[in-house]
Design a protein around this ligand. Sequence first.
Ligand SMILES: Nc1nc2c(c(=O)[nH]1)N[C@H]1C(S)=C(S)[C@@H](COP(=O)(O)O)O[C@H]1N2
Ligand SMILES: [Mo]
Length: 336
Amino acid sequence: MTNTILPPDWQLSERHVTTESVYWNRRRFLKTMLGSSAALATLPLMGCQSNAQTGSSGSQEVDSPLAQTYQLPSIAPLRTNAKFAEVDRPITTQNLASQYNNFYEFGGTKSIWQKAQTLPTEDWKVEVTGLVNNPRTYDIDDLRNTFEQEERIYRFRCVEAWSMVLPWVGFPMRKLLEAADPKSEAKFVQFTSFYDRKITTGPGLHLGSLPWPYREGLRIEEMANDLAFFATGIYGKELPKQHGAPMRMVVPWKYGFKGAKSIVKIDFVAEQPATYWHTLIPNEYGFEANVNPQKPHPRWSQAVERFIGPGDTLDWERRETLPYNGYGEYVASLYA
Ligand SMILES: Nc1nc2c(c(=O)[nH]1)N[C@H]1C(S)=C(S)[C@@H](COP(=O)(O)O)O[C@H]1N2
Ligand SMILES: [Mo]
């Protein structure tokens, strides 16, 4: 890796790198979208708050363990898929992963884990609909009982250039795809997250023309790929709310924003569907969004990432970003 491809922030410091500046850029964009000064006044002070609580200081201790997260029921029986049993770096600790999240419905900081506890997950339904022969509405127990649950250790790479390694529990998307039996006209799938502006609490993030609910999409062939996964759990337990309970998408060769949380609807469609970040800023957040070190984000390099960990403090380790986040052997043929 050469320093010439790195933005000034990276050159200034090994450690106090771009989380905040990238973050502020995203925030600035949202402000621009919202426009009026009244809207600006209601935006959360996300940069300040995230500095204070989960700042980039390498030595800062993270808060004590999270009861809501650690006391969730275990998911059993649990086998780890041998193909995805380890990666070339340590698993990020649960303490860090459950307190450093993106979930914009609950606000614009990394520290939304407490606010996300208001997400109502009882009697959750996931509607599978659209161009399929077998439309069906599942509840979470149906999903867990119908599709055998397994564990997979995956790299996770956010478009903001931080990364983790997470031990998901869930099932391959392909199983649900097969059960739905799409018609030949179905070419894409749209995934919709839960949204209720009375419950989600990110003030300002609900004003203006932001394209809620959060939605994502895949080509059918991407959904059928071995790697594409629905997580219903993490760290051997049910998924905590801040990670997108009770079920979220995990597509590890793509940037993290492709992994919509708290899915309520899976819709098989003929045309490329609208998605949240792509609708907001199409030239910065593509529909495909494969992890690619050669293709910089318009405002920062993607050649290097800050791996969160390895211990239980919010520390960063610089790592070269891998094409397809290291999963080229599984997915490169989709893009040949
Ligand atoms: N509904 C919804 N899903 C979402 C997001 C969001 O704001 N809302 N953020 C995305 C982004 S940018 C990332 S990096 C991951 C973060 O997942 P994690 O907090 O479980 O690590 O969730 C993705 N899924
Ligand atoms: Mo992200």
